[in-house]
Design a protein around this ligand. Structure first.
Ligand SMILES: NC(=O)C1=CN([C@@H]2O[C@H](COP(=O)(O)OP(=O)(O)OC[C@H]3O[C@@H](n4cnc5c(N)ncnc54)[C@H](OP(=O)(O)O)[C@@H]3O)[C@@H](O)[C@H]2O)C=CC1
Ligand SMILES: O=C(O)C1=NCCCC1
Length: 321
């Protein structure tokens, strides 16, 4: 019996690319809708001696290119950012198993994968819910997800302006400066307020730990698309209730929504369906002039697809050397 291989974060980083990530995440979302993926409900274990939360996310995906049996172990430690030498808030590993034998074949660093697949899920949802060109992107939150969404959306779209707001403005200023330098442009702009950031934007991304709404309905342009990624106390704390009540809300998976978005159900919010249904064409895309929300929870199927992608690329590269 061979030992599992370890694919570390720095190796994962070198193998990741946006186009394959998009394909893997799109396949995962479609497979969940088509019932070609199984995702047991994720578990949440709260440490009693720290703020750290441990999630387990097991899943199986039946797909020729991205199929895998795996389990992501992911921690959320909000205080990591305040350490003398800050660490990412979210850290993950993905266990990948031989499907037939159940033997562990790889442990794949999951921190970069979590970053990339979450931004790619927003890009997939945006493409299928609003198939058009955009001028202005607004990103609320200049942490890991805010940054990777800026990079991802800049890869897939030709935005004229990418605005970034953070409740601590200095952090948004630093990110904007970095991105303008990397891409040799001036399209990244720092906003002093969340309202200034959102007003007039065509696409909005919320990626914070905000416990109360940071986006109000009256700020929204007709037809805006919102990717709500972050979670405060619950996974739907970043947008005002009236946004959820008046827009076309899509989710990544029903099973997760039934538990993790139960609060929205109590407010009378009806989900239009899973993004996977729009990808397959079973659900019609919403009218372009309506406000749409992709409420992202994150899925094990995405992590399995990504771990398989990275595993295959790693083996291919090892065979060449
Ligand atoms: N849907 C999905 O699949 C996934 C969702 N997430 C969620 O995305 C969110 C961001 O994660 P990540 O970027 O990795 O975390 P980071 O810690 O890197 O960034 C968090 C950001 O939120 C800001 N923030 C913290 N508290 C508040 C507040 N009360 N109001 C407004 N902004 C606040 C922080 O600003 P500052 O540092 O200045 O305080 C920081 O910019 C989290 O809620 C996380 O759970 C993450 C991965 C996957
Ligand atoms: O899907 C994920 O992975 C996560 N979602 C919510 C926060 C932690 C990681």
């Amino acid at each position: 019996m061979s030992n599992p291989i370890f694919i570390h974060e720095d190796q994962v980083k070198k193998l990741l690319n946006w186009d394959s990530t998009f394909d893997a995440v799109e396949a995962a979302l479609e497979s969940v809708y088509n019932k070609r993926a199984v995702q047991s409900p994720r578990t949440f274990t709260q440490s009693t001696t720290s703020k750290t939360l441990l999630l387990t996310m097991p899943g199986h995906l039946d797909n020729e290119r991205f199929g895998a049996l795996g389990c992501k172990l992911v921690t959320v430690a909000p205080d990591n950012i305040n350490l003398e030498h800050p660490l990412p808030t979210i850290n993950a590993q993905i266990l990948l198993f031989e499907e037939a034998t159940g033997i562990l074949k790889a442990v794949v660093g999951g921190t970069e994968i979590t970053k990339w697949r979450t931004a790619a899920a927003s890009a997939v949802a945006t493409k299928h819910l609003k198939p058009k060109e955009f001028q202005v992107l607004a990103i609320l939150g200049a942490g890991v997800q805010g940054r990777i969404h800026a990079i991802c959306f800049n890869h897939f779209y030709d935005f004229k302006e990418i605005r970034i707001w953070n409740h601590n403005v200095h952090k948004a200023e630093t990110l904007v400066q970095e991105l303008n330098q990397v891409y040799n442009c001036q399209k990244f702009k720092c906003c002093q307020s969340n309202e200034e950031c959102v007003r007039g934007a065509d696409v909005v991304v919320t990626a914070t730990f905000a416990k109360s709404p940071i986006v109000q309905k009256e700020w929204l342009k007709d037809g805006v698309h919102i990717n709500a990624v972050g979670a405060g106390l619950v996974h739907h704390s970043e947008l005002s209730e009236s946004i959820y009540q008046s827009s076309h809300v899509y989710i990544d998976h029903w099973a997760g929504a039934q538990t993790e978005l139960a609060g929205l159900g109590k407010l009378g919010v009806e989900f239009k369906g899973e993004i996977g249904g729009v990808i397959t064409g079973d659900l019609p895309p919403p009218p372009l002039d309506q406000v749409t929300v992709f409420q992202s929870l994150g899925m094990a199927a995405e992590d399995c697809a990504m771990a398989r992608l990275i595993y295959d690329l790693f083996i291919q590269e090892s065979n060449m050397n």
